[in-house]
Design a protein around this ligand. Structure first.
Ligand code: F6R
Length: 328
C-alpha cells in the first residue's frame, strides 16, 4: 500500500496525538473585535472550519475573515486577532499577511511544523504552536485543525466545545472506507462538482482540492443556496458527476437533492451527520475529509499519477516567492 494512502488511513492516531501535544502558552487577547484566519491550500481549510464553527456552532460573537491571500482586508488591525496557519511555515502569501498583521498591531498567533512562520512569531514574542512533521500539508489536516483550535483556546479565543471528545465522535474506519468507495465510483469520469450548503462549504472546497492535488484532476466546489440560482442549470443534461454533502439540519438540502434527482444524470448524495456541538462538527469534517482523501489518492493511483507529488505548486511557489520579495 502507498505510504501516502496509509497517512490518510491513520488519521485517527493523528487526531489523538494532536490532542495530547503540548501547546506553549504565549499570551492572549483582552479585546476581540474580529478574527482573521490566514492560510493557503491545505492549511487554508482551517479558516473555513473556524468560520463555520463561529457562525453556526459557537458564541464567538465577532466577525471571522478567511484570508487566502497575501494581504488582509483593511479593517483587520488593532483589536483583531490573526491566526496564521501554514504546514511548512514557508508559504509566501501567509508570511506576507503575517508581516502586515504585526505591522498593523493585531494580535498574531501561528501554527506550522516549523519554517519562517515559527521564527518570525518567536522573534516577535507571539504565540506559535507546532504540528508534527513528515506529512504533506493536506494529509496533516487533523493536526492543523485541532492544534489551531487549541491554540486559539489558549489565547482566550475559544470556539467552545470539548475537543477531547473528537476521537470518540469520528466515523468508524469501515464506514469511512465505504464512503471513500462510493465517492470513487461517483467520480470515475468527468469533472466532479462537490456541492455543500454554507456551513459545510469548507468540505466541498476540501474535496475539490483533494481531487486537484491527489488526483491531478480538475474539480469544482459549489455552495448552496446560491447554487440553486445558477450552477444548477449547468447540470441540466450534462454528464458532470455531482457529489452533494447533504446536511440533514439545513432545509436547503431538500431542494438541492430534489433538483439533482430530477436534472443530474450522475450524482451521489452523501448524508452528513446532523451536528450541533463544535466538536461534533470538527469530527464529522475530519471523517468525511478522510473518506475524500482516501478516494482521491486511489483515484490518482488508478490514473497512474503520483498522488503526493505536486510539481506545479512547487513551481508556483518558487516564482511567487521572488515576485513577492526576498526574505519570505
Ligand atoms: C496540500 C498542499 C498545498 C499547501 C499550500 C500551502 O498538501 O500541498 O495545498 O497546503 O501550498 O502550503 P502550506 O500548507 O505549507 O502553507
Amino acid at each position: 500500500m502507498s505510504d501516502f494512502l496509509q497517512d490518510y488511513l491513520l488519521w485517527g492516531d493523528q487526531v489523538r496525538r494532536s490532542l495530547q501535544a503540548p501547546i506553549e502558552a504565549g499570551g492572549g487577547v483582552e479585546v476581540l473585535e474580529g478574527l482573521a484566519v490566514v492560510g493557503m491550500g491545505g492549511s487554508g481549510i482551517v479558516g473555513d472550519v473556524v468560520r463555520s464553527l463561529a457562525a453556526h456552532h459557537s458564541r464567538l460573537g465577532v466577525p471571522v475573515e478567511v484570508v487566502k491571500d497575501s494581504s488582509l482586508p483593511p479593517w483587520v488591525g488593532s483589536g483583531w486577532a490573526v491566526l496564521a496557519v501554514s504546514y511548512s511555515g514557508n508559504t509566501a502569501e501567509t508570511l506576507k499577511a503575517v508581516e502586515e498583521a504585526v505591522a498593523r498591531g493585531a494580535f498574531v498567533a501561528g501554527v506550522s511544523s516549523g519554517g519562517r512562520l515559527r521564527d518570525l512569531l518567536r522573534s516577535e514574542g507571539l504565540p506559535w504552536a507546532g504540528v508534527e512533521g513528515g506529512h504533506a500539508p493536506r494529509s496533516a489536516l487533523p493536526s492543523l485543525i485541532i492544534t489551531s483550535l487549541r491554540l486559539l483556546q489558549s489565547a482566550g479565543i475559544g470556539l467552545g466545545g470539548d475537543l477531547t471528545r473528537i476521537p470518540s465522535l469520528l466515523r468508524p474506519r469501515d464506514e469511512v472506507e465505504g464512503l471513500a468507495g462510493r465517492i470513487l465510483d461517483a467520480v470515475s469520469e468527468g469533472v466532479p462538482a462537490f456541492i455543500a450548503t454554507g456551513r459545510w462549504y469548507g468540505l466541498a472546497v476540501r474535496a475539490k482540492n483533494e481531487f486537484n492535488e491527489n488526483g491531478k484532476a480538475l474539480a469544482v466546489a459549489m455552495v448552496a443556496p446560491e447554487w440553486g440560482h445558477n450552477d444548477v442549470v449547468g447540470f441540466e443534461g450534462s454528464e458532470f458527476p455531482a457529489i452533494f454533502f447533504k446536511d440533514p439540519l439545513d432545509p436547503v438540502s431538500e431542494a438541492v437533492e430534489a433538483v439533482l434527482k430530477e436534472f443530474s444524470r450522475k450524482h451521489l448524495i452523501i448524508g452528513l451527520r446532523g451536528v450541533e456541538a463544535p466538536e461534533e462538527y470538527v469530527a464529522e469534517f475530519i471523517s468525511v475529509s478522510q473518506a475524500v482523501g482516501i478516494a482521491s489518492v486511489r483515484y490518482g493511483l488508478g490514473r497512474g499519477v503520483d498522488p503526493r507529488e505536486t510539481a506545479s505548486i512547487r513551481l508556483y511557489k518558487k516564482v511567487l516567492k521572488s515576485a513577492l520579495g526576498e526574505g519570505l
